[in-house]
Design a protein. Structure first.
Length: 102
């Protein structure tokens, strides 16, 4: 039995949805390959990042998540967490900078 926060979709259905929303075949293959390595699972943050990397905008990504059965509150939390991770990564880069005052 699947966990409460687990969303299940058939491979062919996921391929169809990703194609409809504009993901290219190479990106779909890369995503499926990654999922195969992790026992056909992917967490929502990694999935959202993969969609954005494939030039799927957030509105379309949200629609994909809705088709999987995810509610809007959870979708917003995914995007907020993804943004927070990116800010943290960028902040780390800023702190690594060295200023030399002469």
């Amino acid at each position: 039995m699947a966990k409460a926060n687990t969303f299940t979709i058939a491979r062919n259905e996921l391929r169809r949805v990703l194609t409809v929303f504009g993901m290219g075949e190479k990106a779909i293959q890369a995503l499926f390959s990654s999922m195969e390595k992790s026992h056909r699972h992917i967490n929502a943050l990694s999935f959202a990042a993969a969609l954005e990397k494939s030039s799927i905008d957030r509105d379309k990504s949200a629609d994909i998540f809705r088709r999987l059965g995810m509610d809007d509150l959870t979708i917003n939390e995914v995007f907020e967490t993804l943004d927070e991770q990116r800010v943290s990564a960028e902040t780390g880069r800023i702190y690594d900078a060295v200023l030399d005052m002469s």
